[in-house]
Write a protein that binds this ligand. Structure first.
Ligand code: BJW
Length: 254
């Protein structure tokens, strides 16, 4: 497919009939100081990210995995949203229910900026759940850098020893079906109207997020990619605007 470059100076036309679905990735938080995944060669302390962000990794060494997430919790607490996050919050205020933000980021910066209609596709850094039982995931800002690992108090009542785990979608794990249904329902509604799909700051490597652009195109959406460099799936988009999302998103939705 042909991928023309759209002049950054030209904002996306938005009227009372326009529905906008935005997918964000790690690049949107880069200007807030949070490292991207593939930018750091996918390594944390020389471990491949898959080593500490997978169910196998947690079974092998839960203390290491908790340290990885605790460090990220500690750092994310110090970070603030950037103009890209705020541009999406402002757009949501203009469009209301005709807007949906799907983020692969777990850092919570979109919520910090004030976004409300949001699907956190890969989970949230500040949410914890039990690795064994079905208790509802809960907010948790605690850090577990060493010593005793957090255990599930509900399982303990029945004499079971279960570890708590970060509420993150690790490699090879299923995404929450209710999140996928919410995105599909939004797209179905958007399809009968002017439908705009924007992906920002994502390498287009990880599925099913990387496939959303294909669904959007099948439903007649006009598709835009805003990224610092070409993504793995750039050719699927109709427009590619190259550059930092913190500068481009505010201009695109002005
Ligand atoms: C800027 C910028 C600036 C920088 N401005 N831009 C179909 C085909 C092939 C494989 C699969 C498939 N379907 C499923 C799979 C398997 C797998 C997968 O996709 N693997 C691929 C790696 C090949 N998917 C899964 O396992 C998913 N589960 C699933 O599908 O279940 C069903 C199933 C199971 C098993 C088999 C088959 C099906 C779950 C995926 C969960 C991903 N989780 C992670 C880790 C979370 C850990 C954590 O956060 O702690 O989520 S992976 C990691 O990548 C993280 C991210 O959310 C995700 C996406 O990364 P993102 O956001 O794109 O970041 P980067 O770093 O890659 O890119 C940043 C971009 O920004 C770059 O392009 C920069 O240039 C740019 N940039 N600064 C604008 N200022």
């Amino acid at each position: 497919m042909n991928t023309p470059k759209t002049p950054v100076e030209k904002p996306i036309a938005i009227d009372a009939n326009t529905w906008v679905l935005v997918l964000t990735g790690a690049g949107v938080s880069a200007e807030s100081g949070i490292p991207t995944f593939r930018g750091s060669n996918g390594l944390w302390e020389n471990y491949p990210v898959e080593y500490v962000a997978s169910p196998e990794g947690f079974m092998r060494d839960p203390a290491l995995v908790w340290r990885f997430y605790s460090e990220r919790r500690a750092f994310a607490k110090t970070c603030s949203p950037n103009p890209g996050h705020y541009a999406l919050k402002d757009l949501e205020e203009r469009l209301g229910d005709r807007f949906l933000l799907v983020t692969q980021n777990v850092d919570g910066l979109h919520r910090k900026a004030g976004s409300k209609r949001i699907v956190e596709l890969h989970g949230n850094l500040f949410t914890t759940r039990c690795s064994q039982c079905d208790r509802i995931p809960f907010e948790d800002e605690d850090e577990y850098m060493g010593g005793t690992l957090p255990a599930c108090a509900l399982c303990a009542k029945t004499g079971k020893k279960s570890l708590l785990r970060p509420h993150i979608v690790w490699f090879g794990e299923m995404l929450a079906p209710e999140n996928l249904s919410r995105i599909q329902a939004f797209m179905a509604q958007a399809a009968g109207n002017r439908f705009v799909f924007v992906a920002a700051g994502t390498s287009g490597v990880v599925y099913p997020a990387a496939g959303l652009v294909i669904s959007a195109r099948k439903l007649g959406g006009e598709t835009f990619l805003v990224n610092a460099e070409p993504a793995e799936n750039t050719e699927v988009f109709e427009h590619f605007i190259q550059g930092p999302s913190g500068q481009i998103l505010p201009r695109l939705f002005s």
